[in-house]
Design a protein around this ligand. Structure first.
Ligand SMILES: [Fe+2]
Length: 515
């Protein structure tokens, strides 16, 4: 069975800096011990009791924009266990009551039918307004996803209600990006088509991987299709997929990825793809060969023998796609651009330094504030990252750098290039299971994370939150709401609206019907 050794978990089996080991060990040891105890007890030792009660847990404020918020939670049967330390689902009603005063939650948004994986969208919110809310199922108030290891907050933009048993919790909506809306871009990564086990860590037997339920479709396929569909529903004009399109570079997995992504539009026009370390050529993790196969990523997404990096002009907006694993290696080492690519990239930045520019590539330039030990394998090589940041410092037009690889939502602004938002986006393939929507206005831009709303995607995302002994949310969701939702004001008026060649069903930043 093939598995994923995702970059942050790979760090646990690598040899990171001793200080990193001590710091992360203090955070991770309790969870590892819990996982060990579970493993020793075995399935027979786990509680299988079904009680009449209902537990409403894992409350998350996923999306927060100027006019809407998406709130999710899970209802389960207390005392049950699906074999991965997770309650069995309890399908029931769900509603969010909310208002502008904690004592007057007079507005209600309810789901249409009973579900266990709840997904409620609040709409018609006022920008810059503080709201209080409580999510309930059968009268039971949902409790937040705990993020104590990172001193995070999954449910609000302030700490109101944290420590209580169900809130109300609170958030303040941001202002919209100034000016008129120009276009929207879906930022996604780490589809891992072909993967069968999430979060399996080589060398740490107690860190169990999570597999799909028997009889269900493979989870990378479910999640990838759902994200493409969600991106279209949310009004994305363009989609960027920043690497690890496949689990192991197999031709059939990249062909399936191509087929799924073609559901969004035309490759090279509506959507763009770059390579991740899992997509590297001929690395022997392929179902159809013994390591001697060619470059299936090139066969699937690149034209002929040309470069694996590119720049495109979309009505004045420049999109630069980087191949951050243009090198030999086993995939676990740091990312790197070939000398020719790096020189090309720096020349592009020099020649049009003021042009509004979005850069995307698999490895981030820097990894800050990780719950797991940070090794070189989680980012681009330090020297290259520094030279790119130096180039950004002299290129005021660059405003966003989108990366994957870390499988987490994290917004970072570095002092070397404070005009550039470095946005790491969590993986498509598992929890929290979604993408970020970049909405570009003439006077600024917003980044908002959306979970895939498809029911099967919600089920797998919930199941896979148990990756890393249940620690995965501390890493992947984002320490704060602003790690996955932000607004930045800046002049982007040089960009024009894309030509109206888009399918009619795309609606700007629209909502899904409640289930
Ligand atoms: Fe990945």
């Amino acid at each position: 069975m093939r598995c994923c050794l995702s970059a942050p978990l790979a760090a646990l089996s690598a040899l990171p800096d001793p200080c990193q080991v001590l710091r992360s060990g203090a955070l991770l040891t309790p969870a590892l011990l819990r996982t060990a105890a579970d493993a020793l007890r075995g399935p027979a030792g786990r509680s299988r009791r079904h009680r009449d009660g209902l537990a409403a847990v894992h409350l998350e404020l996923v999306t927060l924009a100027e006019d809407r918020a998406v709130i999710t939670w899970y209802t389960g049967v207390p005392g049950t266990d699906d074999g991965f330390g997770h309650m069995l689902p309890a399908a029931t009603e769900g509603e969010v009551v909310y208002g502008t005063h904690p004592g007057r939650l007079t507005r209600v948004a309810a789901e249409d039918g009973p579900v266990a994986h709840h997904y409620v969208e609040l709409t018609d919110l006022e920008p810059g307004q503080t709201y209080y809310y409580q999510a309930r199922s059968r009268g039971v108030a949902a409790t937040p996803t705990p993020l104590h290891l990172v001193r995070g907050n999954a449910v609000g933009t302030n700490r109101h209600g944290l420590g209580s048993s169900g809130g109300p919790y609170s958030f303040t909506t941001p202002q919209p990006p100034p000016g008129r809306h120009l276009l929207s871009i879906a930022l996604c990564n780490d589809l891992h088509l072909g993967e069968t086990t999430a979060g399996l860590v080589t060398g740490i037997p107690l860190m169990r991987g999570i597999t799909q339920e028997l009889g269900r479709a493979p989870y990378p396929e479910i999640m990838s299709r759902a994200v493409v569909e969600e991106a279209r529903l949310r009004g994305a004009d363009v989609l960027l997929a920043a690497g690890d399109i496949s689990a192991g570079g197999a031709a059939q997995d990249l062909a399936q990825a191509r087929q799924i992504l073609d559901g969004f539009g035309t490759h090279g026009q509506d959507y763009f793809v770059v390579r991740g370390n899992h997509d590297r050529p001929g690395h022997g993790n392929c179902r159809s060969c013994d390591g001697g196969c060619g470059d299936s990523f090139r066969d699937g997404f690149l034209d002929g023998d040309g470069p694996s990096y590119f720049a495109r002009d979309l009505g004045g907006l420049r999109i630069v796609g980087l191949d951050t694993y243009e090198k030999d290696g086993n995939g676990a080492d740091s990312g790197g651009l070939g000398a020719e690519q790096l020189a090309w990239f720096q020349a592009r930045l020099r020649e049009n330094k003021d042009q509004p520019t979005v850069v995307f590539g698999h490895h981030p330039l820097a990894v800050r504030d990780s719950v797991f030990p940070v090794t070189g394998g989680q980012r681009l090589g330090r020297r290259q990252a520094r030279s790119i940041l130096d180039a950004y410092a002299n290129s005021p037009g660059v405003f966003l750098h989108h990366a994957g690889h870390t499988h987490r939502n994290k917004r970072t602004v570095l002092p070397q290039a404070p005009h550039v938002t470095m946005q790491e986006v969590s993986a498509v393939k598992d929890y929290p299971g979604g993408f970020c929507l970049l909405r570009i206005h003439s006077g600024g831009y917003a980044v908002n994370h959306y979970k895939a709303g498809d029911v099967a995607a919600r089920e797998w995302a919930e199941r896979s939150r148990r990756v890393a002994g249940g620690l995965w949310p501390h890493h992947a969701l984002g320490r704060s709401v602003t790690d996955r939702n932000s607004m930045t004001a800046r002049d982007l008026s040089g960009i024009s609206r894309p030509a109206p060649s888009l399918p009619a069903q795309r609606q700007p930043h629209t909502v899904r019907p409640l289930l």
